[in-house]
Design a protein around this ligand. Sequence first.
Ligand code: SF4
Length: 282
Amino acid sequence: MRIIPVTFLLLYDFCPRRLFLEQVLGSPPEPRPKLLLGRVRHFAHTKLHSWESQVLPGVTLPVNPYRITDLYKRHNHKVLQNAIIAHKSQLTAHNFSLIETYKTLWPGVIYESQDRANKVIAYLSRQEKLSSDWFDDFSPKLSHELMLSSVTLRLSGVVDRVSAKRDERTLIELKTGKMPEEGAWRSHRLQLAAYALLYRTIRGERPRAAVRYLDARHDRDVDVSDQTDAWVLTVKTDVEQLLASTELPRFVDNRKKCMVCPHKLVCYDEEQVRALHKERFA
Ligand code: SF4
């Protein structure tokens, strides 16, 4: 049986017709250059601090807060540069200046660098002596882009970041764009619920979950429980049924979603949809 990516659950939850158009009829989403900056930012932030385990063990006492902060800024500057270079051809194709992209994204990197440096400085300030393996005891440790895949669940996905503090693990998704007044957006809750279920199935322990809203510079905890497990499994079953179906789902009830949908041009073009359907199932 096919392993379903968590992103399919999110597409289905947004609009079943969208998932059908994209994954069953093979209609590609319209390119959305406006989202490119967000993608570069997300790419960079999933890799920030990934150099820590190579660099931090070389730090010695007495702690120099400026030096630690500078270390974070220098290394994360390189991470951002590399993220921009990795997207160079897409950015230039859509007339984004590489320097302006850097200037736009740098303040967020500085914020994350300072936030993380403060944690290291606080830890080091509490130490009287520092062994060569001090970094092994430091927490929270961060790991990035953790792949989770379960044949039992027939589900897979990649978590942006995992924070480990003693026995506690927190799955963190990094999100650009507006933060809701309270809690997290529905799609972000569903995504983290799916990752938490995967994590528990694979590792046998239920993690905590949170969204880091990069623009708002704020973390929001997300509840994961037996109830959210059931929600994920229901959506996953619906997705499997849709992927095995030949029937185009109806338009979404909330038509405001269509305004931001990357399939709107095809979706409302009956002739094109009929042709795609015929091509796929004839
Ligand atoms: S345009 Fe509207 S109805 Fe069509 S796939 Fe997108 S969200 Fe669904």
